[in-house]
Each structure stands twice: as structure tokens, then as C-alpha cells.
Design a protein. Structure first.
Length: 635
């Protein structure tokens, strides 16, 4: 599959955009006219730059409001077009996108529109240029790709063909199956865009909210399958108008874009192999990736910090014990049940405690890492001694390191042998007296708002975690969007939260400075909370108003309510079961949660999230802002 991307997707100058597209591995680009117009480079220089970067210039666009007009206006439009054809000859681009008329069309007549396009085709032919006619979803008379195709058929000129854009087709809910009926040689160009489900006028939706395939709600796999079956074998190009991508670093956006296409290509290939007997016979050849099963559990989570005493103390109070220090590095292993926590002081100068890595159990670490790297994840290199386990790891978009570990059904992990014997630490080393904690239930990672879609795509495409319906949680610092990514049986659950900006309010900075947490599952949260209380754990305080509301909502009996209140426990219930949980105070940028799931409760206590966020906010303000502490700590 030939990959391409429109320059309008990215921030920066035309030259910067082209460099980013080449670095991300695209075969070609669509030149958006505006980008050339404002560039100091001549068309010849852009042509040479593209050649030097190994990029083909697949399309020049857009040419607007051409057809369905009066004779006078047609003459104007042909004049305008000819100037662009000359420009395209200088650029060395042979395909021009012609959008269906949205503004100046006055005549609703397919025969006339076709005749006018034919005249444009005759003119284009003299310059060796092909016209790809695209039905914009908001075109005045032509807004349906099959309608555009009828006009192309009527125009009946070898230089007049069609441009298919998944946004215009799927946003209007036109059936993409019709693509299979278009002769392949008449499909001159294909653009792909995804979009979230929003109800708004289609033009605003298109100009501001398009996202890369896999980041929205459109079924692009089926769309692609129809395209492949049509026999089309030209460029498959991303055309994403998105307010955020236009202002974020272009190299990074280009990688996100490439990842989305590689993943779509794979899914299409798998889909066609399942559906069609002769899937390999289509002209378009689709690459695949190493298939990997979804991860089967958390192997560990890691907190990195210069000063680790606070984290050690929290873990001790929760019943973890220190299993020892690494034999060659300033790293400790703490465990409770099969929950393993690494405390890492390597390269941690000036760092507040924060989640820096997590390990996932996978069937085949090498295959999983290879898949992730083919999806443009950056491999992580950690120095290790010759006799130490070589761990596969990649960096997630928020720079959390994701380790791909050999599954350990027996609970024995090879790398743990590199740690010495259990020993006394500053906090002590008492074992969890009742063995209440069983495993890591979920990990909550905050994401910079501008990279949220990228993160969701990353975890889904590289690790086969599936997104659940997202939620919005009100907090004093803003509305926090929360997106759970998980495996099927719930043994791996990542909650991605958008970190509010919060600068104006003196809260923590967005991104990785925003508190993140690890939640541990336990068999008896009340007993564990009592033990932790005796060991001096600082709980996140829960306001009395919350318990008033609990009583009203759930008719909880007085004893239970009193127990919850005295231990700062939170409670939720759904059709399946009950959920009891508590949070520790935050140290640096990390805190812990302990949860007890009773009889099949599968959520995360969503109604309690605003209570937690408000309590953390209040605490960070009264304890002197986390922000200033964070700043000082980072220097
Ligand atoms: O929003 C637009 O005007 C516009 C322009 C060119 C395209 O290819 C497109 O899909 C939309
Ligand atoms: Mg388009």
C-alpha cells in the first residue's frame, strides 16, 4: 500500500512538514496549496526537496467551486485553473483535486456540470494533468460520492476521475459498498480520515475534528476493504483537518499518522483474509504485522524518584515488603501477593516520585516488541549487565516505559532473581500480615491533553488493549476525560486521564507532572485499611457530605456507613456487585489506591472520581501547592 499524507495535517512550514513526513516513513504527500503559497521556496525548490527526501508529490489541492456555473464564470474558472496547471508542471505533480462546488454553483444540472468538467479535463490534458473530483459532504448540489461518480461518468474524459474521501462518505452515512462499483482506473485518489461521533454541522466537524484512522468512530477497515476490492492501487492518503495537530510538533504528529496507517493496513489485511477467498489477488498489496495476543496481566509497575523514603513508607503501610535491592543498580523490588513494585533511583536526580514504567505479561515478548517497533514505538534501552535478563521495552507517547515480559502463570519472574534477599529499609520490611493484596488491579496514567488520541491509538495498536466508553469527570481544575483501555478479561486495565492544564489555578502542571496512580486489588479492603491505619498511613480524606449522599443513594446500613466513614473508604454498587476502595495521600506525583471488587463489579467507582479529585485538589492547595514543589523538585 502506498502511503501519503496531506501537508494540511501538520504544523510548521512546508519544508518542516515535508521533513517530518519523510522521517515518519511516508511514500508521498499531498501539497495543500496554502502551504506552498506562503512558502519562500519556489515550486522547483519544493520539487527538488521532495526528490531529495524520497517523497512523491501525489496531489495538489484544493481547486474549488468550479462546476455548475454560468458561461461567464466558467471562463474565469478555466483561467484560474490554467495558472494552477502551470504551477503543477513546475512542481512535477500530475493530479489535482477538484472539490464539488459549495459556493458559486447556481445550476443544479449534472449534464452541465459534467460538460464543464470535461472542458477542464481537456485543458488539464494539455498539461498532462489528471483531475480528481471530490464530493464535499457540504457541496451545494454534489455531496455524495456516487453522485460525483455519475458526473465523472458523464464527463467521460480520460483526465477526469474521482477522489474518494472517507470523511465525506462516512460523515453523511453514504454506504461505502458503492466504492466497489467504481472502475479502479476512475479512482484517481483516495483520502482517509476518521472522526469522533459528534452532532454538529458537517463542515465544522470536518474542518476541526478529523483524527487519524483508529482515533475516531468510523469503520475504516470496511471502507478500506471496499477500496481494495475495487482494484484501486494508488496512494492511500491521510487528510486530517484538526485544530490540535495544527499546533503540536509536526514530527510527532507525522509518526502518530504513520502508526494509524500501518495499523489500518494490517486490520484491512486481516479482515480481507477472513472475508474473501482470493484476498491476495487484489492489486493493492497489504503489509501485516506480527500478530500478538493481548497481554495477560501486569508484571510490575515502577516508581522513579531521587528521594524514595515516602514511597517506601506508603508501600510498607499498605502491606508490601521489600524483597531486596538489585545487585548492580539503585533499584528495589517490593511485593504483595503478585503485585510487584519497583522503586528506581537510577537517573532520578531531581525527580519527584512518579510512575515511570510498567510491565505487562505477554506470550511472546520479542514478537510484541517487534510489533510495537514496527508501529513506530521507540525501543527503550536500559543498561544491563551480561548476566541479567534482557527485557523488551518501548516508550509510550507519554514516555512511560512499557516492558513486555514473559507471562508467569506460576508467579515466578526471572528478573526478580537479580534482587538480593528481603531486607530492612528505612520503612521496615514487615510482610503483609494477612496477605490481603493480590495483584495490580489497574494503573492510571495522565496524558497531556494534546496527545490523548495518540495515546489511545498507541495502546490499542501496539498492545491490543481495547478502549471502553470514555467518561468525563468534573474536578476543581477542569473536566477530566477518562478512557479505560483493557484486555478482555480485565487482568490488564489502564485508565488514561487527560490532565487538566491547571496552571492558572496553581495546581500541578499538565502531563507527567500530574499525579498518577497504581491501584491494588485486595480481598478485604476494610481489614487492610485498618492495618494501614495502624501503621500510620495517611489516607486521602473524604468529606462528610459524601457519606450523606451514599446513604441516600444506596440505603447503606448505619454500621457499614460508619466503617466507611471512619476509614475514608469510598463505595459504589452496580447491577453486578459492590466496590470498596480508598486512596493514599499523594507523594510527589504518585499515589496508590486499594480496591475490593465484590461479586463481579467491573468498573472503577466512577461516581467517586470527582470526590477524589476535589480532595486531592484541596490537599495540594493546603499543603503548599504541588506545583511549586514539583517545580523545585525538577530543577
Ligand atoms: O474543507 C475543505 O474545504 C476541504 C478541502 C479539500 C478536501 O479534500 C476536503 O476533504 C475538504
Ligand atoms: Mg478530502
Amino acid at each position: 500500500m502506498r502511503t501519503s499524507i496531506a501537508t494540511v495535517c501538520l504544523s510548521g512550514t512546508l519544508e518542516e512538514k515535508m521533513n517530518a513526513c519523510a522521517a515518519a516513513g511516508f511514500d508521498g504527500i499531498e501539497i495543500f496549496e496554502q502551504d506552498l503559497l506562503v512558502s519562500p521556496s519556489s515550486p522547483e525548490e519544493i520539487r527538488d526537496l521532495a526528490a531529495g527526501l524520497g517523497l512523491t508529490l501525489d496531489l495538489f489541492q484544493p481547486f474549488r467551486d468550479f462546476e455548475g456555473v454560468t458561461e461567464d464564470l466558467l471562463a474565469e474558472n478555466l483561467y484560474r485553473a490554467e495558472a494552477k496547471f502551470e504551477l503543477m508542471n513546475r512542481l512535477g505533480t500530475d493530479t489535482m483535486l477538484v472539490c464539488s462546488n459549495v459556493a458559486t454553483a447556481t445550476i443544479d444540472d449534472d449534464v452541465l456540470a459534467a460538460a464543464q468538467l470535461r472542458r477542464l479535463g481537456e485543458l488539464a490534458a494539455r498539461y498532462g494533468i489528471r483531475l480528481a473530483y471530490e464530493a464535499l459532504a457540504w457541496g451545494r448540489y454534489v455531496n455524495d460520492f456516487e453522485h460525483a461518480q455519475r458526473i465523472v461518468d458523464l464527463a467521460d474524459h480520460p483526465n477526469v476521475g474521482t477522489c474518494l474521501d472517507s470523511f465525506h462518505i462516512l460523515s453523511r452515512r453514504w454506504d461505502p459498498a458503492g466504492i466497489e462499483k467504481i472502475p479502479a482506473e476512475k479512482i484517481f485518489f483516495v483520502q482517509l480520515a476518521d472522526a469522533p461521533e459528534l452532532s454538529m454541522d458537517v463542515l465544522s466537524w470536518s474542518r476541526h475534528y478529523r483524527v487519524f484512522p483508529g482515533e475516531g468512530a468510523f469503520d475504516l477497515t470496511t471502507f478500506m476493504a471496499h477500496l481494495v476490492r475495487s482494484g484501486y492501487d494508488g496512494p492511500v492518503s491521510l487528510e486530517i483537518f484538526n485544530d490540535v495537530f495544527r499546533q503540536t510538533a509536526e514530527e510527532r504528529t507525522a509518526v502518530d499518522a504513520m502508526r494509524s496507517l500501518i495499523w489500518l493496513e494490517e486490520r484491512t489485511s486481516v479482515f480481507l483474509a477472513e472475508q474473501d477467498a482470493e484476498a491476495n489477488a487484489y492489486p493493492m498489496k497489504l503489509a501485516t504485522l506480527p500478530a500478538v495476543a493481548e497481554p495477560t496481566g501486569f508484571n510490575f509497575a515502577e516508581v522513579k524518584a531521587e528521594e524514595t523514603a515516602d514511597v517506601e513508607e506508603l508501600l510498607f503501610q499498605l502491606g508490601f515488603r521489600c524483597e531486596g535491592r538489585h545487585r548492580s543498580k539503585p533499584v528495589q523490588l517490593w511485593s504483595a501477593g503478585s503485585a510487584r513494585m519497583i522503586i528506581n533511583q537510577q537517573q532520578a536526580r531531581g525527580l519527584m516520585p512518579g510512575i515511570s514504567a510498567l510491565g505487562l505479561d505477554v506470550q511472546d515478548p520479542l514478537a510484541a516488541a517487534s510489533r510495537a517497533v514496527q508501529l513506530k514505538a521507540l525501543p527503550v534501552s536500559r543498561r544491563s549487565q551480561a548476566d541479567e535478563a534482557v527485557l523488551q521495552a518501548v516508550s509510550a507517547p507519554d514516555s512511560t516505559e512499557i516492558f513486555l515480559c514473559e507471562s508467569t502463570p506460576d508467579g515466578i519472574v526471572a528478573w526478580a532473581e537479580e534482587f538480593g534477599a528481603p531486607q530492612e529499609t528505612a520503612a521496615g520490611s514487615g510482610p503483609d500480615p494477612a496477605g490481603l493484596i493480590t495483584h495490580i488491579d489497574h494503573i492510571n496514567l495522565s496524558q497531556p491533553w494534546q496527545h490523548f488520541d495518540e495515546a489511545v491509538l498507541f495502546y490499542e495498536s501496539t498492545l491490543s488493549l481495547a478502549p471502553r466508553a470514555s467518561q468525563e469527570v468534573p474536578s476543581p481544575m477542569g473536566l477530566v476525560r477518562s478512557q479505560v483501555m483493557r484486555n478482555d478479561d480485565g487482568t490488564v486495565r489502564l485508565a488514561l486521564n487527560i490532565a487538566p492544564l491547571a496552571l492558572e489555578q496553581g495546581g500541578p502542571r499538565g502531563g507527567s507532572d500530574y499525579p498518577q496512580h497504581v491501584a491494588f486489588a485486595c480481598t478485604d479492603v476494610v481489614a487492610l485499611a485498618r492495618q494501614a491505619q495502624q501503621r500510620g498511613l495517611e489516607f486521602l480524606p473524604v468529606p462528610p457530605n459524601y457519606y450523606e449522599d451514599l446513604r441516600a443513594r444506596f440505603r447503606l446500613d448505619g454500621n457499614l456507613l460508619e466503617t466507611l466513614r471512619s476509614l475514608n473508604l469510598l463505595y459504589d454498587r452496580d447491577a453486578d456487585g459492590e466496590f470498596l476502595h480508598f486512596y493514599t495521600a499523594t507523594v510527589g506525583n504518585v499515589f496508590f489506591e486499594v480496591v475490593e471488587r465484590r461479586s463481579g463489579y467491573d468498573g472503577y467507582g466512577a461516581p467517586n472520581a470527582p470526590v477524589r479529585l476535589a480532595a486531592q485538589y484541596a490537599r495540594s492547595r493546603s499543603a503548599g501547592s504541588v506545583r511549586s514543589a514539583g517545580r523545585a523538585g525538577r530543577r
